[in-house]
Design a protein around this ligand. Sequence first.
Ligand code: MG
Length: 282
Amino acid sequence: MIFSGKFRDPELSPATGISCVIKQIKTTATMKQTYLTVVLLIFTAAGLTAQPEAPMEMQHQMTEVWDPEVPVVTPGESPREAPSDAIVLFDGEDLEREWTNSQGGKPGWMVENGCVTVVKGAGSILTKRVFEDVQLHIEWRTPSEVEGEGQGRGNSGIFLQERYEVQVLDSYDNRTYRNGQAASLYKQHAPEVNACKKPGEWQTYDIIYTAPRFNEDGTYFTPPTVTVLHNGVLVQNHAELRGPTVFIGIPEYSVERHGPGRIMLQDHNNPVSYRNIWVREL
Ligand code: MG
């Protein structure tokens, strides 16, 4: 007979119980059965007498991560100036080093007095480098002499990965559709507020851009997102784009898989100026 797993006398200690039962087993079971049964009983007895261990007490060191050490970057003297790990895309003098026209030739914009100005009809200019996720600092100025109205006044634009426009426009006392004014993500997101300075004054954009990730079928796995500070004021807060910027149409219909892309500055026939352009790859 094999021990059923219960002690006959509930008053027996586990050790005594084991001894008695072993005697009983010896008379009725094979040696192999006996060995297995004893092992089973020892574990059972240990289980009956074991006390649950107290959880380990947390120490402050357990949640401190030391490696790898965070890389050191030297910031600029002010937030306008490039930190040590930035790529300077325009330093006020040499445009050709980093920029081309849309055919890959010399950019036809005018460089003067530390800034570059759109030349009507010269076409948009693009970086030679391609980018994915970036932090972009760029300064822009619309003409002090106001001409035109709505979308015709100081219009240009900053296209991320050649597709996604952050609108540049003289939106100081100049109504247009809200999702097309300065700091809008053109025709997709109006800015939270209008932080425009007067025509002729320099303005800043600090843009944090996350490129889209794609599914196998070319749809967005995660859409592109854009955060914009306009003159230090948060105006786009991690806004999700529906697709590329389109003047006419539905952005979703124009989504297609793409890789890293250039930054493009738009020629919209207005003499908008740019300076102090730098980028950090994220
Ligand atoms: Mg534009």
